[in-house]
Design a protein around this ligand. Sequence first.
Ligand SMILES: [Fe+2]
Length: 128
Amino acid sequence: MLWSKTLETGIQSIDDQHKELFKQVDILIDSKNVNRHKEVLDYLEKYIAKHFSDEQKMHIESKYPKAAEHKKYHDEYVKVFKQLKEKYVKEGPTPSNNMEINKSVVGWLKDHIMVCDRDFATYYKALK
Ligand SMILES: [Fe+2]
């Protein structure tokens, strides 16, 4: 399991979506699912888009001052994921592609959650 409790933001809806993202990555890199990678990557791509849009909605509704900056990270990431997906679908789950997923999906998500999403969570929870 790639998810760990230290990644919790304390906002239930966001945490649930983050857990689902990590669950899907687990499925993707599991060698048992070698034939399902296209399906899982398609699902992940859609789920990431939905997750980002849900987060951004919360940012705007709560007048988060760093909403625009945060959206920029999301938009850049959508491009990175798309390229990664195309490469993975073309070449399959090679060790180098799995390593890339680990770095660019797991690594990016963890960093983004720890810094950006946590920053928003602190702001959001202080409003209550
Ligand atoms: Fe985010």
